[in-house]
Write a protein that binds this ligand. Structure first.
Ligand SMILES: [Zn+2]
Length: 373
C-alpha cells in the first residue's frame, strides 16, 4: 500500500495569478551528475494503412495515411530511445530551432550565469524501489533504456493542462522556475514540442513518472463557477466567436494564429468532487493529441487507447485508488493520479479524443514496431 504523495503547491502560474489548477509536481532532490545523453539516430517509421471513416480531412492531409515518408530534420517525428517515429502531427524537437530543451541544466530563457547546474529529469527509466526518493541518476547496473525495455516499462500517457497560456510560458515556468520537466508541450496551434527523449523520466506526475509519458496541454485551466475572472481576461469574443486573448509574447509557431476553443461555451463538470468550468481545447490541439496518442499506442503496446472508467462505463472524474492506479495502463489524467489535481479538467472531451486516436491506430496494419533504418 503506497502512501499518498504530498502535493506541491499549485502551478506556479496559477499561484501567481491566483488561479486554481495544475502543473507538474515532481521535484528533484538529489544532486545532479553528468551523464550521457541519448543521441537520436535518423530513421523513421510512419503510421500507414487504408482510410477510416472517423478521420477528418485534415488527418488525411497530415499524411497519416500516406505511409512512410522521408525523414526530415524536424517536422512530424517524435524521438524514442534515439529513434524517430512519424506521428503525422507538427513536432518541434528539443534540438530543433525554436525547440525547448529540457536537457539543459541551467535556466533556458534567463541569462543566469551563476545559476547552479541541475537536471530537471532523470536519465533513463527504472522502477525505483522508493519513488519518493526521486533519484535523478540511473541506479547502478540499471539496463540501458532501449526501445525494447521501454516497451516493457512505459504504459501510461498522462494528460495535464498547463495554466500558462502558451507552451513557451509553460516551459519557462516548468524548467526555469520550478526545475521540473515533461516530455511534451502542446501549444494552442497544435504544435507539439518534445523536450526530452521518451527514454528519459520526466518529473510531472510523481508516482506515474517512471512508467509514463507526460504532456502539458496549453489551456488556462478550470475554476469554480463565479471565480473565473482569469477566464474572463484570457478569453474574449469577436465577430466570429470566442478566442484566446494572446499577448505579444505568445510566439506561436503558426503566424497570426487565432486560437478558438472547439466548443464556444465554457464547459462545466466535476473534477475530484469540485465543480469547475473551463474552456475547451482548440481543434488543432485535439488533432495533434489524437495523432500523438495513436502513435504512442503503436510504439508502446502497453498503452491502451482508453481512460479510467467507472462501473457505468463513463470516463472517471476522480482519482484512482493505489491498486487501480497500479493496474491501469493507458491514457490517464493528472486528476486520476491524485485527488489534489483537477487537470486536464472537465472540458477535455475524452470520448472524442479516444475515438479519433483509435481510428488513427486502426489505419496501421500492425505494430509500428521497429523504426525504419
Ligand atoms: Zn497536472
Amino acid at each position: 500500500m503506497a502512501a499518498r504523495w504530498p502535493e506541491l503547491a499549485l502551478c506556479a502560474f496559477a499561484f501567481l495569478v491566483g488561479g486554481a489548477a495544475c502543473k507538474t509536481d515532481e521535484r528533484p532532490r538529489a544532486a545532479a551528475a553528468e551523464s550521457v545523453r541519448l543521441t537520436p539516430r535518423v530513421s523513421s517509421t510512419a503510421l500507414s494503412g487504408s482510410t477510416a471513416a472517423k478521420l477528418s480531412a485534415s488527418d488525411r492531409e497530415a499524411g497519416v495515411v500516406a505511409g512512410r515518408r522521408p525523414t526530415r530534420a524536424s517536422g512530424t517525428e517524435i524521438v524514442v530511445a534515439g529513434e524517430r517515429f512519424d506521428i503525422g502531427a507538427p513536432v518541434v524537437l528539443w534540438n530543433d530551432p525554436g525547440g525547448y530543451d529540457a536537457y539543459r541544466e541551467t535556466p533556458f530563457f534567463a541569462d543566469q550565469p551563476d545559476a547552479p547546474q541541475k537536471k530537471r529529469y532523470r536519465p533513463g527509466r527504472g522502477m525505483w524501489t522508493d519513488p519518493s526518493s526521486r533519484e535523478n541518476e540511473p541506479a547502478p547496473g540499471e539496463p540501458a533504456p532501449t526501445l525494447e525495455r521501454l516497451r516493457e516499462l512505459v504504459d501510461q500517457f498522462v494528460l495535464h493542462y498547463d495554466v500558462c497560456g502558451t507552451s513557451r510560458r509553460c516551459f519557462e515556468i516548468l524548467h526555469d522556475k520550478r526545475n521540473l520537466s515533461v516530455h511534451f508541450l502542446l501549444d494552442l496551434d497544435g504544435t507539439l514540442y518534445q523536450t526530452l527523449d521518451l527514454a528519459e523520466t520526466a518529473w510531472h506526475a510523481r508516482q506515474a513518472n517512471p512508467r509514463s509519458i507526460g504532456i502539458e496541454i496549453t489551456n488556462l485551466g478550470a475554476y469554480p463557477p463565479g471565480e473565473s475572472d482569469e477566464l474572463d481576461r484570457a478569453y474574449v469574443e469577436d465577430e466570429h466567436g470566442v478566442r484566446v486573448a494572446l499577448d505579444a509574447n505568445a510566439r506561436l509557431l503558426t503566424p497570426d494564429f487565432v486560437a478558438r476553443p472547439i466548443r464556444p461555451e465554457r464547459v462545466r463538470g466535476l473534477a475530484n468532487g469540485t465543480e469547475l468550468e473551463m474552456h475547451d481545447l482548440t481543434s488543432e490541439q485535439y488533432a495533434t493529441l489524437a495523432r500523438l496518442a495513436a502513435g504512442l499506442a503503436a510504439i508502446f503496446p502497453k498503452i491502451e487507447l482508453d481512460a479510467p472508467r467507472d462501473l457505468a462505463g463513463h470516463v472517471r472524474d476522480d482519482a484512482l485508488s493505489d491498486e487501480e492506479f497500479a493496474a491501469w495502463h493507458g491514457l490517464i489524467g493528472h486528476l486520476h493520479i491524485t485527488d489534489q489535481k483537477q487537470d486536464p479538467g472537465p472540458a477535455l472531451d475524452w470520448e472524442a479524443l479516444l475515438a479519433r486516436a483509435r481510428a488513427l491506430r486502426a489505419l496501421e496494419a500492425g505494430p509500428i514496431g521497429a523504426p525504419r533504418e
